[in-house]
Design a binder for this molecule. Structure first.
Ligand SMILES: Nc1ncnc2c1ncn2[C@@H]1O[C@H](COP(=O)(O)OP(=O)(O)OP(=O)(O)O)[C@@H](O)[C@H]1O
Ligand SMILES: N[C@@H](CCO)C(=O)O
Length: 326
């Protein structure tokens, strides 16, 4: 249950006086999500999401996240639009937390994405990258390769409780990734979502309808976003890669923007690295979350299994990529 900060009726009514969005007629905490406190807010005018930003979000980054969502709305890409208060700012404070209201998107997140949804999310991601191509906003990716050794340090023993030999395998992966990581200057860069998991994508029926949760967005290699999505959308239970889904996701993306040769070459390392990023942040949460915490940490084992697949893969064709000429 991700409501860390409670908002009572009186605080909400006072808060809404800052906006021109009507009065509350329904307000309830949203169970999904692990990072921030989210509420579904229905007013006399429309439905919205009220978010109070919790500890893992750096308040200094919030103007960047708001700017990304505004740029997407300007480009006609379906994402939540931050609502400005009467003072002209979308960023406010509520119960001593930074807070914002964004528009509500209709749709449902797929629990078990199918190949068509993988293809559509690939297409949507390329459209999203294009929609953000002309913004001047930037934010470094503070969860990229340089951050990983520190995330692992001191957590070897926890890794060993998940699987025998895992700590040694992770140490080997880290050496290999530090060695193989591409120079970002050699690949197309831009703003990436960096957390486009199925729970952050919406579909109406079978059709893609929008993307939410831009709170890890940053400037990085565009192909790294694809690498994250391949991990999140194209594996079955127990770490089996689904080649049909991989092929669909990559084909969806390249139907809008073709990969450069440097991207094709770099993608296997980026895919391996993306799995490492989520393994490590999950390992940190697994180690640091008290047993009586409100939110159960996500299981790092899922990503340990994906790492096992990436250790064996050598080229992008191993993930279903079909070069345009073949
Ligand atoms: N704009 C929106 N429109 C409709 N529903 C939304 C919107 N934003 C958030 N939600 C709902 O709130 C839930 C949690 O949102 P979100 O994913 O942003 O939370 P979070 O705490 O950042 O979680 P995590 O990072 O774990 O995904 C979503 O799964 C979705 O059900
Ligand atoms: N998508 C992340 C968690 C929230 O950002 C994960 O599955 O580990």
């Amino acid at each position: 249950m991700a409501v860390y900060t409670e908002v009572d009726d009186e605080a909400l009514a006072d808060f809404l006086l800052r906006y021109d969005i009507g009065e509350a007629i329904a307000f309830k905490g949203i169970a999904e999500g692990v990072e921030n406190s989210n509420y579904l807010l229905e007013t006399t005018k429309a439905r919205f999401i009220l978010t109070l930003y919790e500890k893992r979000v750096n308040a200094d980054d919030l103007p960047f996240f708001m700017g990304v969502m505004e740029a997407l709305a300007d480009a006609g890409f379906p994402a939540p639009l931050p609502v400005k208060a009467r003072d002209g700012s979308a960023l406010q404070e509520l119960n001593d937390r930074p807070a914002a209201i964004v528009t509500f998107l209709n749709g449902m997140s797929p629990r078990k994405p199918n190949a068509s949804q993988c293809q559509q999310i690939g297409t949507a991601m390329a459209r999203m990258h294009n929609a953000l191509a002309s913004t001047t906003l930037s934010r470094p990716n503070d969860l990229s390769v340089d951050a990983w050794p520190d995330l692992f340090e001191g957590r070897e023993a926890t890794a060993a409780t998940l699987a025998p030999n895992l700590a040694t395998l992770i140490a080997g992966d880290l050496d290999r990734l530090l060695d193989q990581w591409p120079d970002p200057e050699d690949l197309p860069q831009g703003i990436i979502h960096a957390d486009l998991f199925p729970d952050n994508a919406f579909f109406l029926g079978e059709n893609f309808s929008g993307v939410i949760d831009f709170y890890f967005a940053c400037t990085d290699m565009l192909a790294y976003d694809i690498a994250i999505a391949l991990n999140a959308w194209c594996f079955e239970a127990r770490g089996e890669f689904n080649m049909t889904k991989g092929r669909a996701l990559l084909a969806g993306y390249t139907s809008v923007r073709d990969f450069t040769d440097a991207e094709v070459k770099a993608l296997p390392a980026l895919i391996h690295g993306a799995a490492m990023r989520f393994f490590l942040t999950r390992l940190v949460d697994w180690t640091d979350t008290p047993a009586d915490a409100l939110v159960r940490p996500k299981d790092p084992t899922e990503y340990a299994e994906k790492l096992g697949f990436h250790r064996m893969a050598r080229k992008l064709e191993d993930y279903g990529y079909m070069p345009a000429s073949s």
